[in-house]
Design a binder for this molecule. Structure first.
Ligand SMILES: Nc1ncnc2c1ncn2[C@@H]1O[C@H](COP(=O)(O)OP(=O)(O)OP(=O)(O)O)[C@@H](O)[C@H]1O
Length: 329
C-alpha cells in the first residue's frame, strides 16, 4: 500500500510527500500488534487508511476479509484517537450513552454494554461524576470504553498512554491486557517502547514510510547484533608465574576462542581477571551448545570462570539501530 500526499510549499510549489512507500503487513486475529516509529514515519497515515479515513494512492487493505472503509469492516473496528475530547458536561455514563447512540444502539443494549464496560475499565463507582473531575488516566479508560461500545473485534489505539503518569499508564495497560485476554485484536501505536514490550505480541518498526522490521519482539531483538554480546571473565593467570608461563597461559586462553569464526572476540585485562567480549557476526551464532563447549574448554585449560553475562538487546536498542541505519543511508 502506498500513500502520497500533495502539499503546497512556502514558495507556492506543489510538493509530493510519500507518507507510505509500499507497506505490507498482516496482523493476526487475537494479537496485540505494536506500531513503532519516529515522528513522520507514517504510523498515523497507516492507521487512518485502516480506518478508511485516508484513501491509499495505490494498493489496498482489508479487515476481517472486507475492504477497509466498507460498512462491514467499520462495524468491526473501535478507535481511540490520540486526543479524544469528551464534552466536559458529560459523566462517564452519559458519554457512553452518547457514543452508543452514534453507533445506533438501542437503549437496553446501551445500558447493558455501559455496565459491562464501566466494570471492565474500572469506572463503575465513578460513572455519575462529571468527567471534569477525572484524572487523565480515568479519561483515557473512558476513551477505551467508548471505543468498545459497539463490541468491535479490532481496537485501534493511537498513543493511548501519552501524557499519563506511571499510575495512569499502568491502569490503561491493565485494561489492554484484559482486552487481550478476552480475545480482542489490538493495534497499538505508541512511542513508549517499554510499554509496547510489555503488552504486544508482534511489532512493526517503521521509518520514512517503510516497514524496517516486523515480527515477534523476541525475534527482532535476537536479530539485532549491535546490542547482543556475551562477556566471560576468568581469573587472571597467577601473577607469581614467570613471564613465559604467563604468556603460555594467555595464549592457551586465546586458543580457546580460536574456533569461533561466527563471532569476533575482544580481550581485555581487568584488575584480577581477563575479560572476553564475544560479539556474534550472525543472529544466533552463539547458541547454548557452543557456549557450553567454550566453558568446558576454558575450565579444561585450568581457567576459573568468575563472571558470565549474556547481554540481550532491548526493543529500544533494536529500534535505535534500525532507525539509525535508515537515517544514515
Ligand atoms: N494531510 C497531510 N498532508 C500532507 N502531508 C501529510 C499529511 N499528513 C501527514 N503528512 C506527512 O506524511 C508523513 C507521515 O506522517 P504521519 O503523520 O503519518 O507520521 P507519524 O509516524 O504518525 O508521525 P507522528 O509520530 O509525528 O504522529 C509526514 O512527512 C507528514 O508531514
Amino acid at each position: 500500500m502506498r500513500k502520497t500526499y500533495g502539499k503546497w510549499s512556502l514558495t507556492n510549489r506543489r510538493q509530493q510527500v510519500e507518507a507510505l512507500c509500499g507497506v505490507t503487513l498482516d496482523a493476526y486475529a487475537g494479537e496485540v500488534f505494536g506500531l513503532l516509529g519516529p515522528n513522520g514515519a507514517g504510523k498515523t497515515t497507516l492507521i487512518k487508511t485502516l480506518l478508511g479515513v485516508v484513501k491509499p494512492t495505490s494498493g489496498s487493505a482489508s479487515l476481517f476479509g472486507s475492504p477497509v472503509g466498507s460498512s462491514a469492516s467499520r462495524k468491526r473496528v473501535g478507535y481511540l484517537p490520540e486526543s479524544l475530547r469528551v464534552d466536559r458536561h458529560h459523566t462517564a455514563r452519559s458519554a457512553l450513552n452518547f457514543y452508543g447512540r452514534l453507533s445506533q444502539m438501542d437503549t437496553a443494549s446501551i445500558h447493558r454494554r455501559s455496565d459491562e464496560l464501566l466494570e471492565l475499565v474500572g469506572l463503575r463507582g465513578r460513572d455519575r461524576e462529571s468527567v471534569r473531575r477525572f484524572s487523565k488516566g480515568m479519561y483515557q479508560r473512558l476513551g477505551l470504553a467508548q471505543a468498545l461500545m459497539h463490541d468491535p473485534d479490532l481496537l485501534v489505539l493511537d498513543e493511548p498512554t501519552d501524557g499519563l503518569d506511571p499510575v495512569g499508564r499502568n491502569e490503561v495497560r491493565k485494561v489492554i491486557e484484559r482486552l487481550r485476554d478476552l480475545g480482542k485484536t489490538i493495534f497499538l501505536n505508541s512511542h513508549i517502547l517499554q510499554e509496547v514490550e510489555l503488552v504486544c505480541t508482534r511489532v512493526a518498526i517503521m521509518a520514512r514510510g517503510n516497514i524496517l522490521a516486523i515480527g515477534p519482539i523476541e525475534t527482532l531483538r535476537a536479530s539485532n547484533l549491535v546490542g547482543s554480546y556475551i562477556t566471560i571473565s576468568v581469573a587472571s593467570p597467577d601473577r607469581d608465574l614467570d613471564a613465559s608461563a604467563r604468556d603460555q597461559a594467555l595464549s592457551r586462553l586465546r586458543e580457546c576462542f580460536s574456533g569461533l569464526d561466527s563471532a569476533s572476540v575482544e580481550f581485555s585485562r581487568l584488575p584480577n581477571a581477563e575479560q572476553m567480549k564475544i560479539m556474534p557476526k550472525t543472529a544466533g551464532a552463539i547458541d547454548q551448545h557452543r557456549l557450553d563447549d567454550l566453558v568446558d574448554q576454558l575450565r579444561g585449560n585450568g581457567f576459573s570462570i568468575v563472571h558470565l553475562e549474556f547481554n540481550q538487546p532491548s526493543l529500544e536498542d533494536t529500534f535505535m539501530s534500525l532507525v539509525g541505519e535508515t537515517d544514515r543511508s
